[in-house]
Design a protein around this ligand. Sequence first.
Ligand SMILES: Nc1ncnc2c1ncn2[C@@H]1O[C@H](COP(=O)(O)OP(=O)(O)O)[C@@H](O)[C@H]1O
Ligand SMILES: [Mg+2]
Length: 259
Amino acid sequence: MLEIENLTVEVGGREILHNLSLNVMTGYTTVLFGPNGSGKSTLLMTIMGFSGYKVKSGRILLNGEDITHLPVNERAKRGIGMMMQRPPNLTGVRLKDLVRVTNKGNVDTDKIAEELDMSRFLERDVNVGFSGGEIKRSEILQLTAQNPCLILLDEPESGVDMVSIEKLGEKVHDLLTGPTHCAGWREKSGKAALIITHTGQILDYVEADRGYVMCNGTVACSGNPRELLAEIRKMGYQECIRCKLNQANLIRENIVSEG
Ligand SMILES: Nc1ncnc2c1ncn2[C@@H]1O[C@H](COP(=O)(O)OP(=O)(O)O)[C@@H](O)[C@H]1O
Ligand SMILES: [Mg+2]
């Protein structure tokens, strides 16, 4: 599992994440909500280990190992994979070659590409001239080839049209529920996922177990993801910033524990 303990992160000389803690359990799908600019992408980029995300304090533990200062390739080797919100264009790198390199040999990527309607993109340079939806489908194709055990998805549904969202949602579901091949991960308990969603659409395709809401660079509240989404849709994020949901959850938990 992934444990984030009191993480404070600086980007471009500015503190973006403040004393943030959360857990992602193996075998569970965790969803991260939050308004634009609250630091969701920064958190995922920091977990993956991209340069420029400077951890000032706190720790990131993966299956008990402190990975806070490991380079991105070492994290990938340990089974972390990520779908970026805005991945870069890779001029001179064909999608086909990238998918071949990331594939551990267990995935029929030609078939997945066909199912994602991406076959004609395999010869093209990664993301160069791709539409928003094509970028997301290309990202899920690469992730399926990599088959990571901790799956980080940054707004998988954004920019995807109504027809493609079904294909994408199905592939996300397959990726989350498929077999694991990562050292240090227990096959039986499955994979772990942390999914950022703004609209909540992806919840139509995946079983989510736990939800967190981020505000101003830290976790404001947590709870059942569907309940959180319903509250956010009804009241917007403003109420959440005031932590009304958290209080409501506490009261509910107390009522339950008191029978
Ligand atoms: N490279 C950067 N330099 C300076 N500020 C940044 C950088 N990247 C992100 N930020 C700032 O960090 C904040 C959080 O951004 P982000 O993590 O992308 O939020 P979210 O994904 O929740 O919309 C924003 O105010 C954004 O402008
Ligand atoms: Mg973002």
